[in-house]
Write a protein that binds this ligand. Structure first.
Ligand code: PAF
Length: 280
């Protein structure tokens, strides 16, 4: 496994791989790797000849300065986790390398980038589109892998590659969960032991809600999820929306779409956790 820090060195290495017609797979990350990331890497290694993983805490996607400053940075540990996976290149650039000039591009992907996280975290998806497009230009992968925990992010990235004509296949991989259901996230390490015990309530409630979804109407299911979680005084639902999984538009009736997903954000103490569940 080779660790490279510059786009130039990355491109030199990958040019040799591409000369040999190798299929290039790419997993963009912000580090603090956990089993969720490693499952993306596993898919990537299996389905490509060469796996590239990037580790870069992207400043332009943080709308909260404190969140950026406290985001875990564990490059050495991350590389040790990647070493046995079959990952061939780790791309770990500096902020100066990725942003030699401020990125002034503003994107508009319509609904997929405006609702839910788009509304609650202004500028977040613009920053994600900025960095992911730059990373795609640097790596020029055949395949890229993203986790479904960030369900809306995948929709935004699909819209971005379409809008910018970037020839890469976007692969969505299922959420990896702890044994008690909590979706893996780098943010889970910020939970106190007490809150860590409480956090699985989110996944448990979502799962429960799918069992009576066809009988109760959409509004009732939303109310059930929000009220059940909010009953715990340490938890506060920021939003729960049940949407068409393709357009991310809210649905009113279970017959409104063939692919339906519920997306939630919950403050567990100070820690903002997200999760989602498929109804149909
Ligand atoms: O999902 C993430 O970790 C980040 O948003 C990504 C895609 C690596 C861009 O910085």
């Amino acid at each position: 496994m080779k660790i490279v820090n510059s786009i130039k060195e990355l491109k030199q290495n990958l040019a040799l791989e591409k000369q040999e017609n190798k299929l290039i797979g790419f997993v963009p990350t912000m580090g603090a790797l956990h089993e969720g990331h490693l499952s993306l890497v596993k898919h990537c290694v299996k389905e490509n000849d060469v796996c590239v993983v990037s580790i870069f805490v992207n400043p332009t996607q943080f709308n909260d300065k404190h969140d950026l400053e406290t985001y875990p940075r564990t490059l050495e540990k991350d590389c040790a986790l990647l070493e046995p996976t079959g990952c061939k290149y780790v791309f770990a650039p500096t902020a100066e390398e990725m942003y030699p000039e401020p990125d002034t591009r503003t994107f508009d992907f319509g609904t997929v980038s405006q609702v839910m996280e788009g509304a609650k975290r202004p500028g977040h998806f613009n920053g994600v589109a900025q960095i992911v497009s730059k990373l795609f230009y640097a790596v020029e992968p055949d395949n890229a892998y993203f986790g479904e925990k960030d369900f809306q992010q995948i929709a935004v990235i699909r819209a971005m590659v379409k809008q910018l004509n970037i020839p890469v296949k976007i692969n969505a991989c299922p959420i990896v969960r702890e044994a008690d259901g909590l979706a893996l996230s780098s943010r889970n390490t910020r939970l106190t032991p007490e809150l860590r015990q409480k956090a699985p309530l989110i996944a448990r409630t979502l799962k429960e809600s799918t069992t009576f979804a066809p009988d109760k109407n959409v509004r009732e299911v939303i109310d059930y999820v929000v009220n059940t979680i909010n009953k715990d005084s340490d938890m506060e639902v920021e939003y729960y929306e049940i949407v068409d999984g393709n357009t991310l538009e809210s649905i009113n009736d279970w017959s409104d779409a063939d692919y339906i997903v519920g997306c939630i954000t919950v403050y567990c103490g100070e820690v903002r956790l997200i999760d989602n569940i498929r109804y149909k």
